[in-house]
Structures are given as C-alpha cells and as structure tokens.
Design a protein around this ligand. Structure first.
Ligand code: NAD
Ligand code: IPM
Ligand code: MN
Length: 463
C-alpha cells in the first residue's frame, strides 16, 4: 500500500495562495505519477483575513491541530493593513518556535539556463546550503518597552544564545556539511562586535567541529561574508549562521542566483516530535498580488524538500528534475527574465512530470554518444543518483529504431523506476551496487550494456 501523508496547507496572505495552489497541483501530479505515496491536504485559512474576522491568527488549539499532520506547507503572511510585527509573531514565528523547528534549511543554486545577476558569478559557482538557527538569537522575542508615550521611552530587543540552542544547530550544520560531497562548512559570525552571544557561538562551533573531523570548516564575519558570496562564491558550500544573519544572507543568495522567487526553505524539527514546515523564502509581495505572475518555484521547490523530509526521495527528485527542465526550456516568470505566468510555469512543470523520460538535471552531458544509432535521444535523459552525486545518462531509447522496441528507462534515486512498453515497474534496485548494475544488464534492449558500464563506473568513481 502506498504511504499516505496528511499535509496541512496554509496559503496565508498576498501571493501565498497563488504559489501554494501551484505547489499543490505539482504535489498531486507527482503523487499520481509516482504511485508510491498519496497526499491528503487540509486547507487551513489562518492568515490576515482570518485575523481580521476573528481577532487571532492561530486558533487556540491551532498548534495542537498542526501536530496531527505529517508536515505543513506554508505560503506567506503579512498584509498592508496589519503591522508586520503582529502578523509575523502571531503566526509564522509562533509556529517555528512552538513546534521547535530549530533548523531552517535554505538551499540556493543556479537553475538551468538562469544567469546569475553578477558578472563575477558563474552558474556552477552557486550551490549553497544555508542552515539558519531558527528558534532563538535575534528572534528570541525577549524585550519590551517602558515609558511608552514619553520622550524617554525605551525599547529593548535582546538576542539570546543558549548553549543548548547553539550546540544543536551547529551539530545539524556539521551533519549537513558532512552529507554533501564537498564536506565544507562556513560558520558566519559577528563576534568582533557582539562579544557575548557570538563569542559563545564561535566557541561552540569549535567544540562541535571536533566531532566532525571530515568536515573542513572556516569562520567568516557576516559583513565580509556578503563580499565573499559575490566575489568568491565557489569557495562556499554549507553555511550556518544566526537567525537574523541567515535571513539576510539567504535573500542575497537567492537574488544572486536569479530571484528571491526561487528560494525555498524548510523549518525542520530534527527530532521529528513536531511536524516540519516548508515555505518559500519570499513574503506576501503586495506589489504583485493578484496579478497571477508570482514565481511559483520557491513554493514548488519547498514541496520537493517536504517530500524528501517525509522520506519520498524519488518523488522529491522528480519535482526537482521537472523544475530544472522547465527552466532549461525557458519556462519562467518575469522575475527570471521569462514571459510566463504562474499557472503556465506550473503547467510546464507538471508536463515534465507526466513524461518521465524528460526528467532532467543541471549539467547534462551525453556520456553515451554511442547510443545515438538507436533513435532519438533528445528525450532520453535519465538521471542516476547515488551516494554523493548524480550522473545523467542516456539509459536507453524511447524509440529503439534498431531493435523495434518501444521502451523507456528512467533510473531515479536509489531505486530504479523502469517503464517498459509504457508499463511502470518499480524496482527496489540500488543502482550504485552490483545488483543494480546487473539489473540494467538484464534489460532486453540493453544488449550493449558493456559499452556503457565502464563509463558509468568511471563516472561513479569521480565522486
Ligand atoms: P517580499 O518577499 O514579499 O517581496 C520583495 C520583492 O520580491 C517584491 O518586489 C516582490 O514582488 C518580489 N517577489 C517576492 N516573491 C516573489 C515571487 N514569488 N515571484 C516574483 N517576485 C517576487 O518581501 P517584503 O516586500 O519585504 O514583504 C512583504 C510582506 O511579506 C511583509 O508583510 C513581510 O513581513 C512579509 N514577509 C513574509 C514572509 C513569510 O511569510 N515567510 C517572508 C518575508 C516577508
Ligand atoms: C523569512 C522571513 C521572516 C523571517 C519574517 C517574515 C519574519 O523574512 O522567512 O525569511 O525573518 O524569518
Ligand atoms: Mn527573510
């Protein structure tokens, strides 16, 4: 039986509903196509209209309600006629804090054919994973106002750094860095000026680093970090910082990679005691609300992160591949230089999903030109992913002219998904092991397997 996940969808305000609609359509499509899981969505209308009608953003049992779900998909909150400090604190920041989603993960990379905005940056230079402390620091909510209404009014906003809070985010960041091929971490700090909280931050980074001897790490003051992101982007991989620092740096990163409209994020409770929440990085975008032109990629990418967190790696990769392919073919909104609206970009992504052989990845190379004699390979890109990397290959032909077969093969994730004569066959094959490669050997139309196995193995060895 496919696993069923219960998702709370909370579109919120502004362009939130527009991009969450797009994400839900894509999620429906990937669940249908995959056949491995089903998703049920409850639409929670908690946002500024709800607040104006009821006087509250979150119903009194709201947090308990959320705990019944496997994950939350969130759009944006913030309305022109409600103070941002009210809308954000009563909804988004309360959820992040109360559900102890202490790790905010924000991947940023240049999608296919999107030009970075700076001439110093080449597309391949940006492939970053931001880890943001999401429960304390500058967003601890400690402070207050005294002498209100008098000339000597005073306000405090106290940043809180706890040993527990810093240690858990550092561990998460080092683990994240260790799981990526470059095993490289940059710890962002400002301990030259902030001599208590951020000195503790640095000390704990140093302590935790000892648990991860394989991770190469360095420390960077946040001001110099902005320069490094623009001038030396390829020197960065995983980046950890405080709540406020990464809020700012992740917007800069998204802009460098093309647009804030593509930026995705996951508010993770790594203990899995509470559901995690997935949301685009951007806000309500009052200036484009209702125009139907919002870039849905941040929300759709966040949905892919949700699938990955739920354990549906294949589904997640299918969505990411579809995003890449849609971008590569120029199906983008205006913020990325394209001409399409939100619905058209979403439709393009769904059509990529519907045709599995069109799954696509950045940096595609035809590593098996020998196969050209078999037919039209334009549509025959397969993505093989394995521990530590991925390889795009023409696995076989959709129109095998030579042998008269009509089969397509797609290998995604650690499992192989094979369509033979249009019939899906899901194979529990780990492509990176002997068994997996043997399976490919057995496919009847793969009679030239020997030809590509050495190339495949050589590619594997590079990682
Ligand atoms: P914003 O992200 O809403 O907009 C900044 C700029 O980016 C605008 O010009 C907007 O049109 C553009 N933009 C944002 N998302 C886009 C998309 N998907 N496609 C194309 N263009 C996009 O930031 P802001 O203007 O500072 O904030 C507006 C409101 O949203 C405020 O109330 C703020 O507090 C709130 N906000 C909420 C969240 C959230 O819910 N996570 C995040 C940021 C801001
Ligand atoms: C984000 C947003 C929020 C934050 C705001 C709206 C409170 O900017 O998710 O990046 O600062 O965390
Ligand atoms: Mn932000």
């Amino acid at each position: 039986m496919p696993h069923e996940y219960k998702i709370a969808s909370m579109p919120g305000d502004g362009i939130g509903p527009e991009v969450i609609d797009a994400a839900l359509d894509v999620l429906d499509a990937v669940a249908r196509y995959s056949g491995e899981f089903t998703l049920s969505f409850d639409n929670l209308l908690w946002g500024s209209d709800f607040y104006k009608a009821t006087g509250t953003y979150l119903p009194s049992d709201g947090l308990e309600t959320l705990k019944k779900y496997d994950a939350v998909l969130f759009g944006a909150v913030g309305a022109p006629d409600v103070p941002d400090s009210v809308s954000l604190w009563e909804l988004l920041l309360t959820m992040r804090g109360s559900l102890q989603q202490y790790a905010n993960v924000r991947p940023v990379k240049c999608l296919s054919s999107i030009e970075p905005v700076s001439r110093h940056v080449r597309p391949r230079d940006i492939d970053w994973m931001f880890v943001r402390e999401n429960s304390e620091g500058e967003y601890a909510g400690q402070g207050g106002r005294t002498h209100s209404g008098f000339g000597w009014e005073v306000a405090t906003e106290v940043a809180i750094f706890t040993r527990h809070g810093v240690r858990r985010i550092m561990r998460f960041a080092f683990e994240t860095a260790a799981s990526r091929p470059r095993k490289l971490l940059t710890v962002v700090t400002k301990s030259n000026a902030q001599r208590y909280g951020l000195v503790l931050w640095d000390e704990i980074a140093e302590e935790v680093s000892k648990e991860f001897p394989d991770v190469k790490w360095d420390k960077m003051l946040v001001d110099a970090m902005t320069v490094r992101m623009v001038r030396n982007p390829q020197s960065l991989d995983t980046i950890v910082g405080t709540n406020l620092h990464i809020d700012i740096l992740s917007d800069l990163a998204a802009a460098l990679a093309g647009s804030v409209g593509i930026a995705a994020s996951a508010n993770i409770d790594p203990t899995r005691k509470s559901p995690s929440m997935f949301e685009p990085v951007h806000g309500s975008a009052f200036d484009i609300t209702g125009k139907g032109i919002a870039n849905p990629l941040g929300a759709i990418w966040s949905s892919a992160m949700m699938l990955e967190w739920l354990g549906e790696k294949q589904g997640s990769m299918l969505v990411m591949n579809a995003i890449e392919k849609a971008c590569a073919e120029g199906n983008t909104t205006g913020d990325l230089g394209g001409k399409l609206n939100t619905k058209q970009v979403t439709a393009a992504i769904i059509s990529m999903l519907a045709n599995p052989v069109r799954a696509y990845a950045t940096g595609t190379t035809n590593v098996f030109p020998q196969f050209a004699e078999y037919g039209d390979f334009d549509n025959d890109l397969g993505l093989v992913n394995f521990e530590g990397g991925s390889l795009v290959m023409n696995v076989c032909s959709s129109r095998d002219n030579k042998h008269g077969h009509h089969s397509t093969t797609e290998v995604i994730g650690t499992k192989g998904r094979i369509l033979v004569n249009g019939e899906p066959r899901i194979l529990p094959v780990d492509i990176s092991d002997e068994h997996g490669t043997r399976y490919l050997d057995q496919l009847d139309h793969m009679d030239h397997t020997d030809m590509f196995l050495p190339t495949f193995k050589a590619e594997l060895a590079r990682f």
